[in-house]
Design a protein around this ligand. Structure first.
Ligand SMILES: Cc1cc2nc3c(=O)[nH]c(=O)nc-3n(C[C@H](O)[C@H](O)[C@H](O)COP(=O)(O)OP(=O)(O)OC[C@H]3O[C@@H](n4cnc5c(N)ncnc54)[C@H](O)[C@@H]3O)c2cc1C
Length: 316
């Protein structure tokens, strides 16, 4: 998540002194690097400050049998036009995700094997799930572009996705929707605000566009790995403009400039972009503190997901 601070210069800087940049960007994940890359293209000076010793954040290279794999984010789809444009701009290319053959789903301890997108389920459950997904899409499409301005915002934000799912008839249909939510959000339906859920669906176009493969968010992978996007952006931003192993401790704002402090140094800028998961911003000391946002960030847990990669001789 990104938000900007317009912060003022403080002349009692100590420790490592750096030239003042137009924008200091916290986090060298895809969001922070994209911000830095676009600002640099627009002729602004930037400094990216990253806690880890590498760029990429939740995209990361893994190795298996001497080949590179994505340990983090990997799929892109045709409706995600901005990342598709960036892939081309960085001279990368995509290849289709193999999805022929059978799919497996485990529900209530029972494994079922099916072809296509929808598992073989009792007709009533399928109808109920179909009706629920259509309703979710209608609600998402009717949401205001700025969801907090929607007249139903408060009501939708005070319930979770799970609360809404409880109203879906048939146990199997409810479980199907929960499985899809787990796969899409890496979290439980009970952890997600229904307003946030609908806004996410709205951004993607529909529930199906998030969950499916062909024509949807899992259609393509990046040749050589999605982790290359961050590395290529970093090359174009310039390594001198990226400070690794520098966890940010505090951001101080006082008028027209900003002071960002890490354990080992300080960075000054006219603006600051914080490109971290909401929950991680709670470890930074803000002055003045954006109290309402921090209170939201404390209540937005990170998703939890384990990814395992298994290599077979041939697709099956
Ligand atoms: C296993 C997995 C699979 C995924 N699959 C897909 C997929 O197929 N398709 C898809 O679209 N998305 C996928 N995602 C999601 C996608 O990877 C993320 O949404 C995206 O990478 C997030 O980018 P970001 O820049 O917003 O945040 P991050 O990548 O989290 O970047 C934030 C950066 O900030 C740094 N940081 C944190 N605290 C501080 C601090 N105090 N000071 C300085 N730096 C700090 C972090 O080290 C990190 O580098 C997947 C995610 C995971 C984990």
């Amino acid at each position: 998540m990104i938000y900007a601070y317009n912060l003022m210069f403080q002349n009692w800087l100590q420790g490592e002194k750096m030239e003042e940049k137009d924008v200091i960007i916290i986090g060298a994940g895809l969001a922070g690097l994209t911000a830095a890359y676009e600002l640099k293209k627009a002729g602004r000076s930037v400094q990216v400050v990253e806690a880890r010793d590498r760029v990429g954040g939740r995209t990361m290279e893994g190795k298996l049998l001497d080949r590179s794999f994505d340990l983090g984010g990997q799929w892109v789809g045709p409706t995600q036009t901005r990342i598709m444009t960036m892939i081309k701009e960085l001279d990368l290319s995509t290849f289709p995700q193999h999805s022929d053959g059978y799919q497996l789903v485990e529900m209530h301890g029972k494994l079922s094997k099916y072809k296509g997108v929808i598992p073989k389920l009792p007709i009533l459950a399928l109808l109920s799930a179909d009706r629920a997904i259509k309703k979710i899409n209608r609600l998402a499409q009717s949401l205001a572009q700025e969801p907090w301005n929607d007249k139903r915002a408060e009501a939708l934000d005070t319930i979770t996705a799970e609360h809404w799912i409880q109203g879906v008839p048939t146990k199997i249909a409810r479980e199907m929707i929960r499985i899809a939510i787990r796969a899409i959000f890496s979290g439980e339906s009970s952890e997600i605000s229904f307003l946030y859920f609908l806004n996410y669906i709205q951004g993607a176009g529909s529930f199906e566009l998030l969950a499916d493969v062909e024509g949807a968010a899992q259609q393509d992978r990046i040749l050589g790995g999605a982790f290359q996007i961050a590395r290529k952006m970093a090359d174009r931003i310039g390594t001198e403009n990226i400070s690794l192993s520098s966890p940010v401790r505090s951001i101080e704002q006082s008028g027209s400039e900003v002071l960002v402090r890490t354990h080992g140094g300080e960075f000054r800028g006219k603006f600051c972009i914080v490109a971290l998961s909401p929950n991680l911003t709670t470890s930074i000391h803000f002055s003045p503190a954006p109290l309402e946002r921090l209170s939201l960030a404390r209540r937005m847990p990170m998703g939890s997901v384990t990814k395992a990669i298994v290599a077979y001789d041939a697709p099956f």
